[in-house]
Design a protein around this ligand. Structure first.
Ligand code: DGL
Length: 273
């Protein structure tokens, strides 16, 4: 496992993306890093998210990853551009870092008939305006309505998302989104944690909505990227191994992660400082 694809998230959410990457591109090696000790990122400042993300990306580079996917919308919104434009040329000019926002915004307009798209995300992602800005580039006629959902990641990280109490918080934010525009017909789960709330979100939305989660979209986009970049593709090792690292307790990670990843796993601890 010399040159795996690095997959990063603030905590568990990126496992919903890794699961789809490993299903779509099973031959490659992957290293997952969850910064659980410092999650959630959603309410943190730009500078803090940037510093934490850069540290994590550097660590994944140090493990031999030539390519890192930020499987976290908050990190993609707040840190990706700076890392790509300022840090990479300095620290690792032949490495690449990709995010999850661009692949999603490239396709989202195809799903909407009304041209009104809702975005459910962390506060950080909403404040960055990344979704409206990016969607406007690909679908200038689509109108985007954003709803911050600051309590959802803490609910999920604390294993409360499938408890009855979660229904109230799901309905609160979904109702607030729909109050912004009743014609919204397509809703993006713009946080990689939210697929765990998908059934509850679908139940809280009026009937007939398209709910988009990112895993499969990001996996398809990465497959396309690797096809277009043979110089990167040929550097990646292919022994179908997946390794997991967390900055917090491995016991907690292992007992919780299977809900996101769909199978049991064993993680290792890493200290980022
Ligand atoms: N999974 C991250 C995202 O997609 C969660 C952010 C957080 O840690 O608050 O935005």
């Amino acid at each position: 496992m010399k040159n795996p694809i690095g997959v990063f998230d603030s905590g568990y959410g990126g496992l919903t993306v890794l699961k789809e990457l490993a299903a779509r591109l099973p031959d490659y090696d992957y290293i997952y890093l969850g910064d659980n000790a410092r999650a959630p990122y959603g309410n943190r400042s730009f500078e803090t998210v940037y510093q934490y993300t850069l540290q994590s990306v550097q660590w994944l580079f140090d493990q031999g990853c030539p390519l890192v996917v930020l499987a976290c919308n908050t990190a993609s919104a707040k840190a990706l551009r700076t890392i790509q434009q300022l840090d990479l040329p300095r620290i690792a000019p032949d490495h690449r870092v990709l995010g999850v926002i661009r692949p999603t915004t490239e396709v989202v307009g195809q799903y909407s008939v009304s041209g009104k798209v809702g975005v459910l995300a962390t506060r950080g992602t909403v404040l960055s305006e990344s979704y409206p800005i990016e969607i406007a580039k690909f679908f200038p006629d689509v109108e985007v309505f954003q709803q911050p959902c600051p309590l959802w990641v803490p609910l999920i990280e604390n294993n409360e998302h499938d408890k009855p109490g979660a229904d109230y918080f799901v309905k609160t934010y979904v109702d607030q989104l729909m109050a912004r525009c009743a014609e919204i017909d397509t809703v993006v789960l713009a946080c990689t944690h939210y697929p765990l709330l998908k059934d509850k979100i679908a139940a809280a939305l009026p009937a007939g909505h398209t709910l988009i989660s990112q895993g499969e979209i990001v996996a398809e986009s990465l497959a396309d990227y690797l096809q277009r970049h043979p110089e990167m593709e040929s550097r990646l090792s292919k022994s179908a191994n997946v390794r997991f690292f967390t900055t917090d307790s491995t016991e907690d990670f292992d007992s919780h992660a299977s809900i996101f990843y769909g199978q049991n796993l064993r993680s290792n601890h890493v200290l980022l400082a």
